[in-house]
Design a protein around this ligand. Structure first.
Ligand SMILES: [Zn+2]
Length: 461
């Protein structure tokens, strides 16, 4: 039987630690490292050295690795081979600080609070430093309440997620023998909303393509030539329009999934995605907005240019360019995405448009909704929260999840601690402070239950 009293102790303790000033100070320390992934690597190393100390204090052995020039940290606490072994993952790098663009003159690299709204601000607070600290704190609470985790833990931290996770696949491949784990439990990305505990089981893939139509060298007078010369801007506009219906439903054969699996449809029933910011009359027909984001594919025009929009002149532009991005769930042949688009454009009379895929590519991957580990995690969160969590087949956005499902071959359970309005890749990145205690309590319950469940029950063998 599960020890309810001690479970409650661990959850209560976790919440209390997260509400303590020391938690805020620890979070401020993490944010103070200017770990912009696109800049110099010295702060990335310094950040990992700092985090390694935290894990060491919790009885973890820590080991640094370098892969493709990026630093990685593996923290491991092995208690008993008979117990389940869990891999945690986090990233300590961030997008650029965007200094000077934050409201009220906030410094991105200093934790600050808006006492009126109860929000904590700082670059990386949501993506992903705060989420890592929540999980570390929850493990600490279980260690204190139980005297041990009750399971084996590896935590892998990378410092290049925001630039496409260079070296992550290689380092996992290299550590494959050591990382004989039963499942991944990690935290990144947003909950469905700030108040609702959420699990997602994988991530949509992302592939980006530059479409270029270069008709001639230099513009031509729109009066002297207009009507008799092809206009690449018009042609490209027609080509882009052919890729979806007028209501945004994807039309490129090979880019559209076969259908939504029943278990996914059931999990998504009644769900309002994206904080309710959806256009009900947009996207694939016959699907709900939640299915369109979490169980279907979409193509977006990210950028589109021809001529000079700031200073238009009376000329037919010589070239037009667009950047198009496909977000996709597992189930389509993603080795043939460029070929499928090529065939579509050719078929619609746009053979002159050049296509170039622009990296990095995120591959789609997800654990099935009815996997026992997914059900275990959902039940654990329900037990702590008193209500079922939202269970998403895939995160709408992308994560390097396929590395864990393919290289390590494990089920992937993501319990995100951010929320859709967190401005994670913009100025003013923040989280509601109340979310920290809530999330830390949920994770303490989940780690507690991992220390109580048998390997067989967890994996359904
Ligand atoms: Zn990010």
């Amino acid at each position: 039987m599960l020890d309810t009293t001690s479970r409650d102790t661990a959850v209560t303790l976790a919440r209390a630690i997260a509400e303590d000033d020391a938690f805020r100070a620890a979070l401020a320390d993490l944010i103070a490292f200017p770990t912009d992934a696109s800049r110099e690597v010295a702060p990335l190393h310094a950040y990992l050295a700092h985090v390694a100390q935290g894990f060491a204090a919790m009885g973890f052995e820590t080991q640094g690795y370098t892969s493709e020039g990026r630093p990685f940290l593996l923290a491991s606490r092995i208690e008993d081979d008979a117990r389940p072994t869990v891999l945690g993952y986090a990233h300590g790098d961030t997008v650029p600080g965007m200094e000077g663009q934050w409201a009220d003159g906030r410094d991105p690299w200093a934790l600050s609070e808006d006492t009126g709204t109860g929000r904590w601000y700082g670059r990386g607070i949501a993506d992903n430093k705060g989420q890592m600290l929540v999980n570390m704190t929850a493990m600490q609470a279980v260690l204190t309440a139980r005297g041990s985790l009750g399971f084996n833990a590896h935590v892998l931290i990378e410092m290049g997620e925001e630039i496409g996770s260079p070296g992550l696949r290689k380092v996992c491949d290299r550590l494959k023998e050591r990382l004989k784990v039963d499942l991944l439990i990690a935290s990144d990305g947003p909950r469905i909303d700030a108040e609702t505990p959420t699990i997602f089981l994988g991530a949509r893939g992302g592939a980006t393509f530059r479409l270029t139509l270069h008709r001639r060298e230099g513009g031509r007078h729109s009066g002297n030539f207009g009507g008799a010369l092809k206009n690449p801007a018009l042609e490209l506009a027609h080509a882009l329009a052919s890729m979806t219906s007028a209501k945004g439903a994807l039309q490129v054969a090979g880019w559209v999934p076969d259908g939504v699996p029943d278990a996914a449809r059931t999990a998504l029933a009644g769900l309002t995605p994206a904080g309710g910011e959806v256009d009900a009359d947009w996207g694939a027909e016959g699907l709900t907005p939640a299915e369109r984001i979490h169980a279907w594919n979409s193509a977006e025009i990210l950028a589109f240019s021809a001529g000079n929009i700031a200073h238009p002149v009376n000329a037919i532009p010589d070239r037009a360019e667009a950047v198009v991005q496909l977000r996709y769930v597992p189930g389509i042949d993603d080795t043939q995405l460029t070929e499928a688009l090529r065939a579509h454009l050719d078929q619609h009379g746009f053979a002159d448009i050049a296509i170039e895929e622009q990296g990095p590519r995120f591959r789609a991957s997800a654990t099935r909704v009815d996997h026992p580990a997914a059900q275990f995690a959902a039940q654990s969160l329900a037990r702590t929260a008193g209500d079922d969590p939202v269970l998403l087949p895939s995160l709408g956005g992308s994560l390097p999840n396929d590395i864990f499902t393919e290289v390590l071959g494990v089920p992937t359970i993501w319990v995100p601690h951010s929320y859709p309005g967190c401005s994670q890749h913009a100025p003013n990145e923040h989280l509601p402070r109340a979310l920290f205690a809530d999330a830390t309590g949920l994770m303490a319950g989940l780690y507690w239950d991992l220390g109580s469940v048998s390997k067989d029950a967890l994996l359904g063998v």
